[in-house]
Write a protein that binds this ligand. Sequence first.
Ligand code: THU
Length: 136
Amino acid sequence: MDEKRLFSQALAARARAYTPYSHFAVGAALLCADGTVYTGCNIENAAFTPTVCAERVAFFKAVSDGHRDFAAIAVAGAPEGTAPDSLCAPCGVCRQVMAEFCRVESFRVLLGTTPEDMRAYTLADLLPLAFSGDML
Ligand code: THU
């Protein structure tokens, strides 16, 4: 899967974001090791804390379908109705969920504004010294 195409899928997923409170729409596209792609959007809630980020929606859809091996995730976010003009960095909770299932040194996190204006980080870049199940 071409990473530019993955980023386009994250941009497209933003259209389905449910954001009546923040009005900030995020889309994510998660590439599984077997090539399957799961998209996600943020889904907000009047009680605020049940809100789920786009990245976790993509992960939980994939894991609940039986996937546990992942290569990359693309993330795009901006106020709803506008195109991204800066990168949308995954929140700490989403980074921790990524660390549960991904090798931090090789899992790629694609951030940016367009397929032509994105760069790949590793999860280790975003979550150094991650807490993991190995420590339990
Ligand atoms: N959000 C995401 O979905 N992903 C991120 O990477 C950052 C934040 C959502 C959560 C909430 O619905 C809105 O953006 C504002 O925080």
